[in-house]
Design a protein around this ligand. Structure first.
Ligand SMILES: [Zn+2]
Ligand SMILES: [Zn+2]
Length: 71
């Protein structure tokens, strides 16, 4: 597991325990998710999907970096 996963303070090493939840009064924008949204990273996603979203972004940045290194 990488050290730069999303929500480092919520990541226990085996699972996320989202102590970050800051309900914004919105509902998660992810399809089929009715969780209350709101984290320090934004008001639109629930903590679970926010972490997924940030991890996806990190992954695609890594991919980009890797393809640049391969030249
Ligand atoms: Zn969290
Ligand atoms: Zn959600």
């Amino acid at each position: 597991m990488s050290d730069d996963l999303a929500h480092p303070r919520c990541w226990t090493g085996t699972e996320y325990v989202h102590t970050c939840h800051q309900p914004s009064g919105r509902t998660c924008v992810e399809r089929n998710c009715n969780e209350k949204a709101g984290t320090p990273w934004g008001p639109y996603w629930c903590p679970h999907h926010d972490a997924n979203r940030l991890n996806r972004i990190t992954d695609s940045l890594d991919d980009l970096k890797r393809s640049n290194e391969l030249g």
